[in-house]
Design a protein around this ligand. Structure first.
Ligand SMILES: NC(=O)C1=CN([C@@H]2O[C@H](COP(=O)(O)OP(=O)(O)OC[C@H]3O[C@@H](n4cnc5c(N)ncnc54)[C@H](OP(=O)(O)O)[C@@H]3O)[C@@H](O)[C@H]2O)C=CC1
Ligand SMILES: CC(=O)C(=O)O
Ligand SMILES: [Mg+2]
Length: 547
């Protein structure tokens, strides 16, 4: 069982000044050391290290600093005009020199987040078969049924603290990408390290392959997954159950899920929440980020959450997850019962506004949102009828916030809050330029994938980004440093309230504090200064000196 940040490897507890041994299973040296991404420093190996580790002759004479290597790589990356080439260059670097990869990512987050994460990771998943080089995580397919525990043992690391897992059925707004969804856990975990300070060796990306219903992939000769249609029902549930049981047995209390289709996501979360330390990034992480964004936006618009009316386009994982956390926060702020606070929150799905007359045929997660109202089909009519102050896109369908919809929001509100959360950029409900232009510069806008600043009427508008990436690294770190045994909704609220400060150590400290308060922390005694403690647990990508 793994509690807190216990580390058995000297390298993990050593400070930057201390000398460490670059051990793998044996001490890595010579040619092997250069091919070991965890310890390789390329041209940054010093004269002494070159002597001591049999590197003489294997490297040209020049010795570069990590800073110079970083400058060179950023220069090279910027030469690529095609985003996918940048993605591939970053993945190559990660496989060649891990610390340099994280140094680049940490120092150039704004520039590189869209490369290793949305939007480029979406295209990478679509083409993952063609660009696949080396496995970056574990693939657990139906072929491994009955031996998942053995398969977990094949992974070279033992001290795993976070697993991000997908079954590839709902990758961003791009639908079923089957086994090629692996890009998502790989990308998310690189952010757990870069933004949350988790050690790369403690992170395990997993893709569960139960087939795909994507005919294009099934017919693609480069597809890397099982060539069969998706398993469902008992066959699916049994594989997932074996996986969850094996994970707990092998690693103890460990991390979240992401990018499952909603028919499985809600069920899996409900099933494993009571027994595993698990959260769903799309449902809960997104909710926490959007709530934080709304709390920040209220400072510009005025009023409290309870004064606002919310309309969602999209009533799936993201939409209903956000809706529920908003209702919970209003209930906390006003002491009104949850059933009451839900009433100012409306959702539209592919069949129109969710209203009580549809209750009989609604999926269970939509039912709390079926309020009394006449049926309405389209979004524009729903906007006109509900008169929302906040419009949130979580449908996965691009271009759905049309000119008419944005104009209607702008005619109803002095400062309409418009969030186009769907990823990647192609699926965004509208662009930043459209939101600002159609609202005559009055919209408060944020999107799931980043947009550049927009100039409108000689004024520059900088759009926000609302993406669960802003919360999950700090959230995960908080769970780990407290040795949390379960995830509680109040921890998500605690994370939202801190996000404004945008520092993972602070989010982690608040999440950990909540875990202690709720009696869900197992790392005792509680460290006095949780922010300092969180910072001390965070990974640094600076090179270490080898003895
Ligand atoms: N910014 C962020 O951090 C995050 C963004 N997202 C994005 O949100 C999107 C949705 O994800 P998720 O909630 O998990 O997906 P789901 O499949 O769970 O939900 C999608 C919802 O959108 C509805 N929908 C689909 N097409 C339309 C349409 N044309 N008009 C109205 N409603 C429609 C669906 O309706 P029905 O139920 O009737 O099928 C469903 O309710 C994705 O693009 C994803 O990238 C997700 C998580 C985080
Ligand atoms: C950001 C994210 O998790 C998604 O779009 O699915
Ligand atoms: Mg996701």
């Amino acid at each position: 069982m793994m509690n807190g940040v216990e580390k058995t490897i000297a390298e993990d507890i050593a400070t930057e000044e201390q000398l460490i041994t670059p051990w793998t299973v044996s001490v890595s040296s010579g040619y092997t050391l250069l091919r070991d991404p965890r310890h390789n420093k390329g041209l940054a190996f010093t004269e002494n290290e070159r002597d001591a580790h049999y590197l003489r002759g294997l490297l040209p004479p020049a010795i570069l600093t990590q800073e110079l290597q970083e400058r060179k790589l950023m220069h090279n990356l910027r030469q690529y005009e095609v985003p996918l080439q940048r993605y591939m260059a970053m993945m190559d670097l990660q496989e060649r020199n891990e610390r340099l990869f994280y140094k680049l990512l940490i120092d150039n987050v704004e520039e590189l987040l869209p490369v290793v994460y949305t939007p480029t990771v979406g295209e990478a998943c679509q083409k993952y078969g063609s660009i696949f080089r080396r496995p970056q995580g574990l693939y657990i397919s139906l072929k491994e049924k009955g031996k998942i525990l053995e398969v977990l043992k094949n992974w070279p690391e033992r001290n795993i603290q976070v697993i991000v897992v997908t079954d590839g059925e709902r990758i961003l707004g791009l639908g079923d990408l089957g086994c090629q969804g692996m890009g998502i856990p790989v990308g998310k975990l690189s952010l757990y390290t870069a933004l949350g300070g988790l050690r790369p060796s403690a992170c395990l990306p997993v893709t569960i392959d139960v087939g795909t219903n994507n005919d294009r992939l099934l017919n693609n000769e480069f597809y890397i997954g099982l060539r069969r249609r998706r398993a469902t029902g008992q066959e699916y549930a049994e594989l997932l159950d074996e996986f969850m049981t094996a994970v707990k047995k092998n690693y103890g209390e460990t991390g979240p899920c992401t990018d499952f289709a909603n028919h499985n996501a809600f069920e899996l979360l409900a099933k494993y929440k009571p027994t595993h330390l698990v959260f769903n990034d799309d449902i809960q992480g997104t909710a926490s980020v959007v709530l934080a964004g709304l709390l920040a936006a209220l400072k510009l618009v005025g009023g409290t959450l309870a004064d606002h009316t919310f309309l969602f386009l999209g009533a799936g994982e993201a939409g209903t997850g956000i809706a529920e956390l908003i209702a919970l926060e209003i209930s906390k702020q006003t002491n009104a019962p949850l059933e009451e606070t839900r009433k100012n929150i409306w959702l539209v799905d592919s069949k129109g506004l969710i209203v009580s007359s549809r209750k009989g045929s609604l999926q269970h997660f939509k039912k709390p949102w079926a309020h009394d109202h006449e049926p309405i089909k389209g979004l524009l009519d729903a906007v006109k009828a509900i008169k929302p102050t906040v419009l949130i896109g979580s449908s996965g369908v691009g271009k759905t916030f049309t000119k008419e919809v944005v104009e209607a929001m702008a005619s109803l509100n002095e400062k309409p809050i418009i969030l186009a959360l769907s990823n990647p950029t192609t699926q965004s409900e509208c662009t930043a330029e459209e939101a600002y232009t159609w609202s005559e510069g009055r919209a408060i806008f944020a999107s799931g994938s980043p947009f550049d600043p927009v100039e409108y009427n000689s004024k520059v508008y900088v759009p926000g980004q609302a993406n669960n990436a802003y919360i999950f690294p700090g959230f995960g770190l908080g769970l780990i440093i407290s040795g949390a045994i379960r995830v509680h909704d109040d921890m998500l609220l605690a994370a939202s309230e801190t996000l404004a400060e945008q520092i993972s150590a602070k989010i982690a400290a608040k999440v950990a504090a909540k875990a202690y308060e709720l009696g869900l922390a197992s790392r005792l005694p509680r460290p006095k200064d949780l922010v300092k403690y969180a910072e001390s647990c965070m990974y640094s990508p600076l090179y270490r000196s080898y003895r």
